[in-house]
Design a protein around this ligand. Structure first.
Ligand code: COA
Length: 260
């Protein structure tokens, strides 16, 4: 796979995906969104990949949003297609079935905050700034923020961020549940790789089913979500990894999960 605006670095079962347009603070233009789609599909279907880290190139920014040069000239029909394409790619990330860790190394604004929200777990550098500034451009978020933000932080806090467009610190993001952990900037990538390596040793099928139970279950009534959970709980009993995990516990040793 070759990309102009992304880099992929493999380290055993962990892949580091870097959005690489530092001259525009890694803003997402159409080409980058398309490259992300191709990369995510490839990583999803690669059985050797067990965890992914997404970050932004350079010291300053994770992703500073959709590329405003493109937004400025879009027609209504193009705008709708643009949003649908981005939403589709972020849905693919959310439902990859493998842990995707956002390593938020700086500005995560607009589409950058939306990209982070589509990831499974968010780590932020102390210096990171997050927000949905679309309102200040006279537009509506288009890559899922009106839906994912209230689900993550609650409706009241979401309205505050969506309507003021203000930037918040990593610490405030932690307080409202928008990020999971805040670490010193110098430790961000080490911590992201440590977590990705830890998660890559878990049973891949159980990881996938937990992701499905949470993502699909949350969009259904409670009883249907629980029924989905029970069904996946039963299904996972067919895996060798389930035998391995329970046997390893009883034999007081570390499990060796194969994804079978
Ligand atoms: N789209 C296109 N270009 C962008 C961009 C975006 N979302 N965000 C930053 N850039 C470009 C700037 O235009 C600038 O280009 P230039 O060097 O050719 O002038 C370059 O990236 C550096 O950004 P700059 O604004 O000079 O850096 P800063 O440190 O002063 O400010 C931000 C950083 C993130 C606060 C500011 O760039 C910003 O507000 N960006 C837009 C955020 C936004 O509204 N995102 C939502 C879009 S829907």
């Amino acid at each position: 796979m070759t990309f102009e605006n992304l880099t992929l670095d493999w380290d055993a079962a962990v892949v580091l995906l870097t959005i690489n347009r530092p001259q525009v603070l890694n803003a997402l233009n159409s080409q980058t969104i398309d490259e992300l789609r191709r990369a995510v599909l490839e990583l999803k279907h690669d059985a050797f990949v067990r965890a992914v880290i997404i970050t932004g190139a350079g010291e300053k920014s994770f992703v500073a949003g959709a590329d405003i040069n493109e937004l400025a000239v879009q027609s209504p029909a193009q705008g709708k297609e643009h949003a649908l394409r981005g939403q589709h790619v972020f849905d693919l990330i959310e439902n990859m079935g493998k842990p995707v860790i956002a390593a938020i190394n700086g500005y995560a604004l607009g589409g950058g905050c939306e990209l982070a929200m589509a990831c499974t777990i968010r780590l932020a550098a102390e210096s990171a700034r997050l927000g949905q500034p679309e309102i200040n451009l006279g537009i509506v978020p288009g890559y899922g923020a009106t839906q994912r933000l209230p689900r993550l932080v609650g409706k009241g806090v979401a309205f505050d961020l969506l309507l003021t467009g203000r930037q918040i610190t990593a610490q405030e993001a932690l307080q409202i549940g928008l990020v999971n952990r805040v670490v010193p900037a110098a430790d961000l990538m080490t911590e992201a790789k440590r977590l990705a390596t830890e998660l890559s040793a878990k049973a891949p099928i159980a990881v996938q089913y937990i992701t499905e139970a949470v993502n699909r279950g949350l969009e259904q009534p409670f009883d249907k979500g629980q029924f989905l959970e029970a069904t996946l709980f039963g299904l996972v009993a067919s895996t060798k990894d389930m035998r391995e995990g329970t046997a390893a516990f009883l034999e007081k040793r570390k499990p060796d999960f194969k994804g079978e």
